[in-house]
Design a protein around this ligand. Structure first.
Ligand code: PAF
Length: 285
């Protein structure tokens, strides 16, 4: 069932709660691919009722980013959700979520702002304010849908860690369920932004997963010095790659480490053909 209005969703949620049914939320920005479908599948298995939100959240895009050209494929998304047995697809307009006045000037909106320590690194460094926009919209979705469980992909690992922190710090009574990255056979992590890649760029994009896998096998062979592990990346990079970061951080609190352990997550962001791609991997997995 495709719904656009907050009040309509609330009506169903109220009814479900009355019946004691468990609710799962899968927040997305649409352009659904197999990665999202794996979240929906997990939600359908675990919960009595599942809401998938499809909302390209304007306040998490920075000036100059791809807000206008971000793929919007609601009809296809809705069909995929129906096939996956989701109960509601919630696709609000920006003005439904933020009101007419706040949509263009975000000045008067109440924001949820995660700690600077978690946001001044990795994607947050180049995307200033991005995680404020993410936490604000995720909180709004939590309040609208009031789920028992919310499902997030590990592809956006920094986002997942920040959301877990927010839920803990603000005592939000929702269990966050992390879901593994889904990859093409080639190793490329699925992303809605892969649609922007040419076939040739797709082959260059494989460098990200190759770098991560190679780092992991070096670590498994006993190399733990982060500088030495970082050095191994350069063999996979050429003029088609614009490396933004390759960082080693503690899985739980995003503290940078100099010696790798099983708890270290390696994060990479790299532009290929002008498309910004991210990937990550936990060394202990
Ligand atoms: O990961 C995403 O697609 C978005 O950041 C999210 C969590 C749906 C919030 O807009």
């Amino acid at each position: 069932m495709l719904l656009h209005k907050i009040e309509e969703v609330r009506k169903h949620v109220k009814n479900w709660k009355k019946q004691g049914l468990s609710i799962g939320l899968v927040p997305t920005m649409g352009a659904l691919h197999a990665g999202h479908l794996s979240l929906i599948k997990k939600a359908v298995e675990k919960c009595d009722k599942v809401v998938v939100s499809v909302f390209v959240n304007p306040i998490q895009f920075c000036p100059g980013e791809d807000l206008d050209k971000y793929p919007r494929t609601l009809e296809a998304d809705n069909k995929l959700c129906e096939e996956a047995n989701a109960d509601i697809v919630f696709a609000p307009s920006p003005s439904e979520m933020y009101g007419e006045g706040q949509m263009h000037t975000n000045d008067f909106l109440t924001y949820v702002i995660p700690p600077f320590f978690y946001t001044n690194k990795l994607c947050g460094k180049s995307r200033v304010g991005h995680f404020d926009g993410v936490c604000t919209v995720v909180n709004k979705l939590f309040n609208i849908v009031q789920p028992d469980f919310a499902f997030f992909g590990q592809k956006d690992a920094q986002q997942l860690i920040i959301i877990k922190k927010m839920v803990k710090d603000l005592n939000i009574p929702i269990e966050i369920i992390p879901c593994p990255i889904v990859r093409e056979n080639s190793g490329l992590a699925l992303s809605s932004r892969n649609k922007y890649l040419s076939e040739e760029d797709k082959t260059y994009a494989l460098a990200l997963s190759k770098i991560l896998n190679n780092i992991k096998s070096c670590y498994k062979k006993g190399i733990t010095d982060v500088n030495a592990l970082k050095e191994t990346a350069y063999a996979f990079l050429n003029e088609h790659h614009e490396l933004e970061y390759l960082e080693f951080m503690n899985e739980n609190d995003l503290e940078a480490v100099t010696t790798a352990t099983d708890n270290t997550r390696v994060f990479i962001a790299c532009k290929v053909g002008g498309v910004r791609l991210i990937d990550n991997l936990l060394l202990g997995e």
